[in-house]
Write a protein that binds this ligand. Structure first.
Ligand SMILES: Nc1ncnc2c1ncn2[C@@H]1O[C@H](COP(=O)(O)OP(=O)(O)OP(=O)(O)O)[C@@H](O)[C@H]1O
Ligand SMILES: [Mg+2]
Length: 283
């Protein structure tokens, strides 16, 4: 199957200290209709990788390498070129729903804006699409005139989901989209995303800390540690037979529902020693 996304040797660094890489030599591919989950510790470069794909890196940062989307290197596009793709062909659910929504605009308006910008929808057709999207993410359509601060964290996250899928993108990037949700709403959103994936052959890049979600939805898993991919492959291989000590340590921290498993917090001193003696990699 053709890859819709291919990241090749991506490096991200601060402009003022380009030798200290925040994302190091990252490469992976994603095919249409497939889901890749990125897992890894806080600060390991997961969000920076996602933001680079969207062309939304802060201007204090610089990226090198290629981000091929349907064969086009997105890093070569100007802002106008990127705007046509962003929201229409690539949707993103951001990690921070409150800072990503405009506090002075109603949620109905913000969802509608995406449809007007990319599909020129107006009037009753626009209203009907916004109502359908709200219902799809489990928010009553009567809430379309609510402002973001009138909604709970989970509802705001669902508004983000509605905006990201409004144009039925070919690729959806989701940065911890279900972290703020209770398990029943989380299941509802995951089912919705899964349904979109099958119906539209959508590809999903899903960043999460939740191994329950990984085991539910992933085809492939990418494990990031200190800016680098330390392990990647099919879910069964990475979860069932992890090779890298960080992946093993990460899986050791996951509780089982019955609470029978002994939890082992990650021993960073040991990991540092192992890393340095094996690869010399450190940040
Ligand atoms: N605008 C920025 N300026 C400077 N450093 C940044 C900037 N954005 C991110 N970083 C740094 O880059 C590293 C990777 O950040 P990133 O947000 O990708 O982490 P993450 O893996 O998504 O973590 P989390 O699980 O906590 O969301 C971190 O050390 C972070 O402090
Ligand atoms: Mg992040």
């Amino acid at each position: 199957m053709a890859d819709i996304l291919s990241i090749e040797h991506l490096n991200v660094a601060l402009k003022k200290s380009p030798s200290r890489l925040l994302v190091k030599n990252t490469s992976f591919k994603l095919a249409s209709g497939k889901t890749t989950c990125i897992v890894g510790e806080s600060g390991s470069g997961k969000s920076l990788t996602a933001l680079t794909i969207m062309g939304l890196l802060s201007n204090q940062l610089i990226a090198t390498g290629r981000v091929l989307f349907n064969g086009v290197d997105l890093t070569t596009l100007d802002n106008r070129g990127m705007q046509k793709i962003r929201g229409a062909q690539i949707g993103m659910i951001f990690q921070e729903p409150m800072t990503s929504l405009n506090p002075v605009l109603t949620i109905g308006f913000q969802i509608g804006e995406v449809l007007t910008a990319h599909q020129a929808l107006k009037g009753n057709a626009l209203k009907a699409s916004v109502a359908r999207l709200l219902t799809q993410v489990g928010i009553p359509e009567t809430r379309n005139s609510s402002y973001p601060d009138e909604l709970s964290g989970g509802q705001r996250q669902r508004v983000m989901v509605a905006m990201s899928i409004a144009c039925e993108p070919a690729l959806l990037i989701a940065d911890e989209p279900t972290t703020a949700l209770d398990v029943t709403v989380q299941a509802q959103i995951l089912t919705l995303l899964d349904e979109l994936k099958s119906r539209m052959n959508m590809a999903m890049l899903f960043i999460t800390h939740d191994f329950g979600v990984v085991s539910d939805i992933a085809d492939d898993v990418v494990v990031m540690f200190r800016g680098e991919i330390v392990e990647a492959g099919p879910k069964e291989q990475v979860l069932g037979n992890p090779q890298h000590p960080y992946t093993k340590a990460l899986l050791d921290c996951v509780p089982d529902v019955a609470g029978k498993k002994e939890l082992n917090p990650i021993d960073y001193a040991w990991l540092n020693h192992h890393e340095l003696s094996n690869s010399g990699a450190s940040s």
